[in-house]
Write a protein that binds this ligand. Structure first.
Ligand code: ATP
Length: 336
């Protein structure tokens, strides 16, 4: 992170659909913490493409590159041009997705705490799709030793720093022998440097089943890009839904925080989206800046609000996005 004496510079890219609503909620909570943050808003996404002719205008990319952190909402059909490109341009090689259940939320696993550490720059998401002849399309899956070792090291360091005792490398090396074979060899080499952290490997398909049947077998899932994307929606389902799950895209020089969910056009514009994931992104952003007490208060206030059943309809409550945010903000103020 850069040295900075003034307020932290945060680029805000709300995007499309519920991205606009939940980022507004996160900003309201971040402002209430009184941590010195300066927000610069930028356009991106489907609507931006219609209005400006570019889904990720140069000014937005430049703003994201110049900021100390980015708070991102969601985009619709332009995800490949916007968020995948941003992750590449910012070289955020880690996609960190910590998921936890909240007391009071009716879900399959009320005690669950699980983290997905997903490689974020390659795999099938490198944008290397080709129509080689009409009716035949290829998509290149790139796995490199460098990126695999880098993400594995992040997973083990994260385990050490955050009190986790085990990392599971997720793969399909019985079929994708060369690419996932390389991913696993890199993970094993890094695992050998961390004898204090348990290491296991699991096939992605059986992991999908075991996450539903016995998720307590897992603590940190270390995954190539696509597997991590799919499994994180599954894990969201175990704790009560996508509205609860934040993520961070982290690199050596940049950090971008975004809810795991997308733009959810089915509920957009109705003020009913659950703001929790976006507010938790705000808490992750505060941690990134070393503002630990504020981050903890935000998380506690949110937990109190959810536990009291003061939630949006996806969690069985009847509050709007703005009402849930206001109650969370008020709880924060009382505790502060
Ligand atoms: P993407 O491809 O961008 O991940 P998606 O097609 O998986 O998007 P999402 O936008 O993530 O779709 O949403 C899937 C469904 O989950 C939505 O239709 C919506 O009903 C629900 N959902 C997602 N986010 C929220 C939220 N914050 N609050 C309430 N419901 C949500």
């Amino acid at each position: 992170m850069r040295e900075n004496t003034g307020p932290h510079q945060v680029a805000v890219i709300p995007g499309d659909g519920i991205g606009l609503e939940v980022i507004e909620a996160a900003l309201a909570v971040l402002r209430a913490t009184r941590v010195p943050l300066e927000f610069q808003r930028y356009q991106a996404g489907d609507e931006c493409l219609k209005k400006q002719g570019a889904a990720l205008p140069p000014a937005t990319l430049a703003g994201a590159l110049a900021a100390e952190a980015v708070l991102f909402g969601a985009v619709g059909d332009t995800a490949a041009e916007v968020i995948l490109r941003l992750r590449r341009e910012l070289n955020t090689f880690v996609n960190l997705r910590p998921t936890r259940a909240f007391p009071g939320v009716d879900c399959l696993y009320p005690e669950l705490k699980l983290v997905i550490v997903r490689e974020n720059t390659e795999g099938l998401y490198g944008g290397l799709e080709n129509e080689i002849t009409p009716g035949v399309v290829t998509a290149m899956r790139v796995i490199t030793q460098r990126a695999s070792e880098r993400i594995a090291r992040f997973a083990f360091e994260y385990a050490l720093r955050n009190g986790f005792g085990q990392v599971t490398a997720i793969h399909k090396a019985n079929v994708l022998q060369k690419s996932d074979g390389l991913f696993l060899r890199a993970a094993r080499a890094v695992a050998a440097e961390y004898p204090q952290i348990g290491y296991q490997e699991a096939l992605v398909d059986s992991t999908a089943m075991n996450l539903v049947l016995r998720p307590e077998r897992f603590q940190i899932l270390l995954t190539p890009n696509l597997f991590g994307d799919i499994l994180s929606d599954l894990v969201a389902g175990l704790v009560g839904g996508l509205g609860l799950c934040p993520s961070a895209n982290l690199g050596d020089d940049h950090a971008l925080f975004e809810p795991v969910h997308g733009s959810a056009p089915d509920i957009a514009g109705q003020n009913i989206a659950n703001p929790t994931a976006a507010i938790l992104c705000g808490a992750m952003l505060l941690r990134h800046f070393g503002e630990l007490p504020s981050a903890e208060w935000v998380e506690k206030a949110l937990e109190g609000t959810i536990t009291a059943g003061q939630t949006t309809s996806d969690l069985g409550g009847s509050l709007s996005t703005t009402e849930m945010t206001q109650i969370g903000r008020a709880a924060w103020r009382e505790r502060a």
